[in-house]
Design a binder for this molecule. Structure first.
Ligand SMILES: [Zn+2]
Ligand SMILES: [Zn+2]
Ligand SMILES: [Zn+2]
Length: 420
């Protein structure tokens, strides 16, 4: 039997065969791998070049095309592309209507290679008339992103309805973003007489309405599950900066399930006119939850009394499994502030959008998994989405999104969490 010798790394206790030591300069395989990794990282640090692909370019359309080209490039650790001065949302915000229209025409006429991304972004960040793009994409039987159809003409709507059996999943999503009487009547008809193609769907056709934040009520009318206004929650530039929406402040309540302190995930000052789109009749709306239990996906409901104070809802169902309290570190309080500039209500709606994983008040939620408009425990109606908090906005390498929902009629709130 060969006698093993100690790995040369003084911090390592592994014993290795002399034959291995000869090949590795005396260290064990894991230590050798680690040393190689460190050398590689050092090489990258010392040799990486900063490249500014936007240097000297001010034309907004050119900047967008460069954005697209960079996004298509294979990752090269030796090149660090400096980011564009403006986010895509800002670039589209600065473009004139004429520039946007020209861009749509350019995509459609030249079948431009960057077309899909740019058309999606135009639909997301501008109010532009998409008709030409819609006709073009329908010929290609391309129906995503669905909000591209948000203002489709009744002719285009009719064409979608006629073609629905060719791609029910995508076409129903497109129809849900149109939400006109024509679509309501059609959804209602499909609800009463489900056609054959509905057999291949996981949900009934009318429930696709939820993809765009509404549902078909018993009277075949649209019931909104989201708010028609959206403001991003952005990082504070200084600790002193105040905000009419505070995040993750400490609550006096304790979670009845895990006994850890609860947090006011959001507190809205509803005396401020900027928040008048939130349908709640009190001066304050406090959404309290247990960050820990909510992150395990169980709906934890709070009942808000007439003075605005939330308390534990008596119908909360204790989950079978509870998370480990020892892992719990509360999210940092008050790191975000409400932007004064409204964003697109669709800014989080598409999984490929550059703004999906961001915090916001109002708009369509960026569901990471399936949409989750929980029924209110008091009236059984679907609750309304109020705001979302993306954990990565407040902690480095944070993951997942907390979603706050409200039943304004019953003053009941809930928080749910999703991650990839
Ligand atoms: Zn070792
Ligand atoms: Zn808890
Ligand atoms: Zn209710």
């Amino acid at each position: 039997m060969t006698r093993k010798i100690k790995c040369q790394n003084t911090e390592c206790t592994a014993m290795i065969l002399p034959a291995t030591a000869e090949k590795t300069d005396g260290v064990c395989m894991p230590c050798q791998r680690k040393a190689k990794q460190i050398a590689k990282e050092k090489y990258i640090r010392e040799n990486r070049k900063d490249i500014d692909p936007y240097q000297g370019i001010s034309d907004l359309v050119e900047l967008l095309k460069i954005n697209f080209e960079i996004s298509q490039k294979n990752y090269d650790p030796l090149i660090n592309y400096l980011p564009c001065k403006y986010s895509s949302e800002e670039l589209y915000g600065m473009m004139s209507q004429q520039q946007v229209t020209q861009l749509i025409d350019e995509v459609v006429q030249n079948n431009a290679y960057y077309g899909d991304q740019i058309i999606g972004e135009i639909a997301l960040f501008t109010e532009a008339d998409m008709t030409n793009a819609l006709i073009f994409y329908m010929e290609l039987e391309a129906y995503s992103p669905s909000y591209m159809f948000r203002a489709a003409s009744s002719q285009i709507t009719q064409n979608l309805i006629s073609n629905v059996s060719t791609n029910p999943d995508k076409i129903l999503q497109a129809l849900s973003s149109i939400r006109t009487d024509q679509v309501l009547a059609q959804f209602s008809q499909w609800r009463e007489h489900p056609p054959k193609w509905t057999a291949e769907l996981f949900i009934p056709p009318e429930e696709y309405a939820r993809c765009n934040g509404w549902e078909l009520d018993d009277n075949a009318q649209a019931r909104e599950l989201t708010l028609g206004t959206c403001y991003p929650l952005i990082a504070k530039t200084s600790v002193q900066q105040t905000s009419i929406v505070t995040t993750c402040t400490k609550s006096d309540d304790t979670c009845h399930w895990c006994n850890s302190p609860m947090s006011n995930l959001f507190e809205f000052d509803l005396r401020e006119s900027q928040l008048s789109f939130i349908p709640f009749s009190q001066e304050k709306l406090i959404i309290t939850t247990c960050e820990l239990c909510a992150s395990y996906g169980d709906h934890l409901f709070m009942k808000i009394d007439k003075d605005g104070k939330p308390s534990w809802h008596e119908n909360n169902q204790r989950p079978d499994y509870l998370p480990d309290i020892d892992d719990y570190a509360p999210l940092p309080a008050n790191t975000l502030t409400l932007s004064h500039k409204a964003g697109s209500v669709y800014r989080s709606a598409d999984p490929f959008s550059p703004t999906i994983m961001t915090s916001q008040v109002g708009g369509l939620p960026g569901w990471v998994q399936d949409f989750s408009y929980t029924p209110c425990p008091d009236c059984q109606k679907s609750m309304i989405f109020i705001a979302q908090l993306a954990v990565e906005d407040i902690i480095d390498y944070g993951e997942g999104i907390y979603y706050a929902l409200l039943c304004p009629d019953c003053s009941v709130s809930t928080v749910t969490y999703q991650q990839t």
